[in-house]
Write a protein that binds this ligand. Sequence first.
Ligand code: UD1
Length: 350
Amino acid sequence: MVNLLEPLMKKKVIVTGGTGYIGSHTAVELIACGIEVVIIDNLYNSDITVLDGIRAITGIRPRFYEYDLCDMAKLEEVFANEGKIDAIIHFAAYKAVGESVKKPLEYYRNNLGSLINLLAIMEKHGVASLVFSSSCTVYGQPEILPVTESSPVKEAASPYGYTKQAGETIIRDTMAARPEQKAISLRYFNPIGAHPTAHIGELPRGVPENLVPFITQTAIGLREELKVFGNDYDTPDGSCIRDYLHVVDLARAHVIALKRLLEGRNNSNFEIFNLGTGTGVSVLEAIASFERVTGIKLNYQIAARRPGDIEKIWADPSLANKELDWKTEITLDESMETAWRWEKKIRNQS
Ligand code: UD1
């Protein structure tokens, strides 16, 4: 019998930001396919104990370098130690929209400097394949919904958003100059939930900015109430609409994208895919889902709009469905259930 995973076995892949939220879930899926995962993360926004979580699920603790990707000498050290690397999946980046407005240079230096270093070292050490973490933020507020990969890229609303747009431009131009290399940029919509084992999940530092961690922290009593940012938008219930996908579905897409590159099944040497469910969900519907699966009545109230918020956006994921043979499998309710399981676990209430 043909082992469909065979091309991935024995490959060695660097996962930058591999102790972060999406990076750790992707590391688990990669290891499950027999890939040797090497993590580089400076722990700016993650915790070393995540490696224990990965080991609890997979039985393997990936080799780990607590290095900053902006430090080229450290990157060289990794390559000197590890020898041949087959591909890089690049998650490591600052990601807080509000913070980026206050610290633009830090965002540009970190998010773009690390990417430029990786592209330089890929060339030097003959690494042919790159998967890049991008975001639906590149579309701004789209005029036509759902958004396809050819929907216009709007002027970025924050330095964070600009680093994703500029990151894609840097990769596109670099791939145009290097026909021997190939890259896939994955534009995530809103990743939520946690691994079903509750060994890994989202670990926001301080007060969460994102909706689902704020919901679970409110439910567990860490926050007094959730503020719903606006109920006067032009949407059926007045709250903003997003496309929430489970982080394990998202992680699986990275493995598929990697496999596509390693097997040379890419159509061009720079491809872009939207990753979402294809369904828009309002903030109030997300809260209702959480309440339904947990039986908890969430303390929330309607508040003013959050500056910079997009009114509504959801994906047309048909290109990823067709080309990657990928679609989301985990429902919103299941996603909320795993997010809650994780919150209880980290607060010792499970
Ligand atoms: C934002 C970015 C996205 C980025 C992500 C990373 C934009 C348009 N989107 O996503 O690119 O990858 O952050 O963190 O810049 N909400 C509340 N109350 C809360 C928190 C959120 O009502 O306490 C609402 C928001 O108004 C929004 C929805 O929940 O409608 C989702 O918000 P959030 O989880 O912060 O994600 P985005 O803003 O969509």
